[in-house]
Write a protein that binds this ligand. Structure first.
Ligand code: PLP
Length: 543
């Protein structure tokens, strides 16, 4: 901090003169130059800087960091100039952030982004449009509708005439932007809930009269949402928020490929039918790219079941959705167009900066079920996008996506997707080759799970009975947990961990190491280094 403090420091004060200036331009020429320099550093340098910083965090632990940030008083007068603040952020704060851009960071769905994303984000910040309403966004609301139509077309492949009719139609909506997959899933289930608890007789619909009146009007005692046990926890949040209750998100067993087990789903539906309408299904959710394993549910079969029972069908493609851009792997999501709604995250495999989720609806009128109007905005018939979104004020993230699609083309994205899947497959082959490891889930997309499992334990597991298996797995679970923590704390590379269940039994948990291969700079050589490090941690601590 000392280095950036100018020698004869003027006392900083907050008054009208200085305040006026910050709304006009930087204070003087020196300051202007300093700001340009910092902007350059933010746009280009921060990336280089992060690149050089191998590892996830610097040595300072979270506890030490927390001790440094305990002052809770807002100072009456300015403490620093803007240039000093930026310099501090670049030199003092950024080094303690997580280097998600490192090719050794393969644990989560957050990764490096193309450098141009930062430029585009800067433009949206500078324009500061609010796409809640046309009066604060104008052309950006129009661009948002266009990009929504482009992704809708990628998913639902409706005829051109359909898109001509709806692309700029203020009375319809093909989907909406949200802050992420969580809000996208909530939006979809909000629509699904209102569809089931629809107006009937004196009942005006659940949005107006509430869930309790809705259940009474329809003679329902319990509403449920069905998803495989690998469903994202945002679905449970949605059920809590929507008054359904998160215990009513029923986890359906998965098959050996971690896809929803159709026989179990059908059995569940038979049990529900036996209640003679007292229990009703709000939605069946198919997963296209499960967060933990990357597996994809049998989407066409789920569509058939939903159609047969008249059940709302949502597909959570937060992770896998962009696979549709790949000619080679798009077919993995076959049947997705049969869904009533589809969640896609932009900040995952569209390599957008944080804060971009989307949800798409096959029926361009269905968002009317959650439409809201106000006296001062979102008037009936206006083009205000805020009429049919969960969020209120919102940044123009759609501009970033619209621009990124122009810069990348579907071909550019498809190269990234294909690289991820190909690298994950080679990584799986390496894991299988090494005696110390066991591949737990094959990469269907670019996510795989494995664990450290010494050969002698592997052999024991093969002939073990249930109790012996549990004991051996418990030992392996402790060990894998320990190895993951030690590797993370080593700070060179990062793989995450989760718990899967053998034979769908909660009594047989398996702790696995989980890797998500999405950084184009992550090579097989790097992945082998990560395995080498895990072997070393094992030898140093568990042998
Ligand atoms: C990431 C993810 C979500 C949640 O998305 P956020 O952007 O973190 O809110 C939902 N579903 C799936 C399958 C995901 O992978």
């Amino acid at each position: 901090m000392e280095a950036s403090t100018p020698p004869a420091k003027k006392k900083l004060i907050a008054d009208w003169k200085t305040l006026n200036r910050i709304f006009i331009r930087p204070e003087d020429d020196d300051n202007r130059r300093a700001l340009f320099k910092h902007m350059e550093q933010i746009l280009f340098g921060l990336h280089d800087f992060l690149q050089k910083h191998v590892g996830i965090t610097e040595e300072a632990s979270l506890k030490e960091l927390a001790d440094r940030f305990t002052d809770t008083l807002i100072q009456p007068h300015p403490e620093k100039r803007l240039s000093e603040v930026i310099s501090d952020l670049v030199h003092q704060i950024a080094p303690h952030a997580v280097n998600v851009a490192s090719p050794y960071f393969i644990g989560h769905m957050t990764s490096a982004i193309p450098y141009f994303m930062v430029h585009l984000k800067t433009i949206t910040a500078a324009l500061n449009q609010n796409v809640n309403k046309a009066e604060t966004s104008k052309v950006l609301s129009i661009i948002e509708k266009q990009v929504l139509a482009k992704i809708h077309r990628l998913i639902f492949k409706m005829p051109t005439a359909f898109y001509d009719e709806h692309v700029q139609n203020p009375a319809t909506a093909l989907g909406c932007f949200t802050e992420g997959g969580t809000l996208a899933n909530i939006t979809a289930l909000w629509v699904a809930r209102n569809s089931l608890l629809a107006p009937k007789g004196d009942f005006n619909g659940c949005e107006q009269d509430g869930v309790v009146a809705g259940l009474q009007a329809h003679g329902i005692e319990r509403c449920v949402i069905l998803v495989s046990r690998l469903g994202h926890f945002s679905l449970r949040k949605a059920a809590g928020l929507l008054g359904i209750g998160n215990r009513n998100v029923l986890s359906i067993d998965v098959d050996a490929g971690n896809r929803i087990k159709l026989s179990a789903l059908k059995q569940c539906l038979r049990d529900i039918q036996a209640t003679q309408g007292r229990t009703r299904v709000i939605a069946i959710v198919g997963i296209a790219g499960a967060t933990e394993t990357g597996s994809i549910d049998p989407l066409p079969q789920l569509a058939e079941i939903c159609a047969e029972h008249g059940i709302y069908y949502h597909v959570d493609a937060a992770w896998g959705g962009p696979t549709l851009l790949s000619e080679k792997y798009g077919h993995l999501l076959e049947g997705i167009h049969l869904a009533d709604s589809v969640t896609v995250d932009g900040h995952k495999q569209l390599y957008m900066p944080m804060g971009c989720g989307m949800v798409y609806f096959k029926n361009p009128h269905i968002l009317e079920r959650i439409a809201y109007h106000a006296r001062y905005i979102a008037r009936q018939g206006s083009v205000d996008l805020g009429i049919r979104t969960l969020s209120g004020s919102r940044e123009a993230n759609s501009l970033v996506l619209a621009s990124a699609l122009q810069i990348m083309g579907s071909r550019g994205y498809s190269l990234l997707i294909e690289h991820g899947i190909a690298t994950a497959k080679s990584f799986a082959a390496q894991i299988k080759k090494r005696p110390l490891f066991q591949l737990v889930t094959e990469p269907r997309l670019n996510i795989l799970t494995y664990r450290v499992c010494p050969p002698e334990i592997k052999a024991e597991l093969e002939s073990a009975d249930t109790l012996q298996r549990r004991r051996l797995n418990a030992y392996l679970n402790d060990m894998n947990r320990g190895i993951q923590v030690l590797q993370r704390e080593g700070g060179v590379s990062f793989v995450s961990r989760t718990t899967l269940y053998e034979k769908n039994s909660l009594e047989d948990p398996i702790v696995v190491l989980r890797s998500v291969i999405m950084n184009p700079l992550t090579t097989l050589k790097i992945l082998n280094e990560i395995l080498d490090e895990q072997e070393k941690i094992y030898r140093d601590n568990y042998l």
